[in-house]
Design a protein around this ligand. Structure first.
Ligand code: TZP
Ligand code: MG
Length: 214
């Protein structure tokens, strides 16, 4: 299967806050509620990431979030599930080091869709570029309980800024209190999970974060 490989219409990683769902940290709010608030806060890209629910539960949420994003001109990325991303016509898919190889993802999803890849060291990043990722995740920058992975530190972010020529999003343990340090090193796209979905007022939190990094 060789899908349309033209890159003419692909959207790029927007500047600002990159949102990811995280119902476990959302103080009883649903993924859908969180996504609505993120959109109201002005977020321009949202990834559906849900490690605990069944496929049956996930599909319902994914379809609803896909529609919300489309209505509001927000880029929608699906984590892990390349098949579902294609079926719901998401804007892209995000895969980790242990997920499907990028060249396989590209063959399945086509050239107009975004492929993001999580990376934890420069070697991962260089491989992702060679394999044709559209953007990379860089992290976890700081210690976080959202993902079981030792932090890579700001040093890896600096290496990416110096050596990697595709868009990247900084992620992991980033809070309102340390986002300036991440921005200062040159990250244009910054992802915060627990800090956003766990905020008392998600909409206000996003506006505040975007103000800090604008
Ligand atoms: N990938 C690297 S760190 C991370 C993911 C999905 C979790 C980030 O969550 P938080 O709550 O912003 O630390
Ligand atoms: Mg994954």
């Amino acid at each position: 299967i060789e899908k349309n490989m033209s890159k003419n219409f692909k959207k790029i990683l927007p500047k600002g806050i990159y949102g990811i769902t995280g119902e476990k940290f959302a103080n009883g709010r649903s993924n859908i509620e969180c996504v609505k608030s993120m959109i109201d806060g002005g977020i321009k890209i949202i990834q559906y990431r849900e490690k605990e629910k069944s496929i049956k539960e996930k599909i319902g949420e994914i379809i609803e979030i896909r529609n919300l994003c489309r209505e509001n001109d927000v880029i929608f990325i699906v984590n892990d599930h390349v098949d579902i991303a294609i079926l719901v016509d998401a804007d892209g898919v995000h895969v980790g080091q242990d997920d499907m190889d990028i060249h396989h993802v590209r063959k399945l999803i086509g050239g107009n869709k975004i492929i993001g890849k999580s990376t934890h060291c420069l070697e991962d990043a260089e491989k992702a570029v060679l394999d044709g990722a559209d953007y990379i995740g860089v992290g976890p920058i700081f210690k976080t309980t959202t993902k079981e992975k030792d932090p890579v530190g700001l040093g890896y972010l600096e290496e990416v800024v110096k050596n990697i020529d595709i868009p990247f999003v900084a992620i992991g343990g980033i809070k309102e209190s340390n986002i300036e340090d991440v921005k200062r090193l040159g990250a244009a796209s910054i992802c915060l999970v627990s800090e956003i979905v766990g905020a008392e007022n998600i909409e206000k939190k996003i506006k505040k974060l975007n103000e800090i990094i604008d």
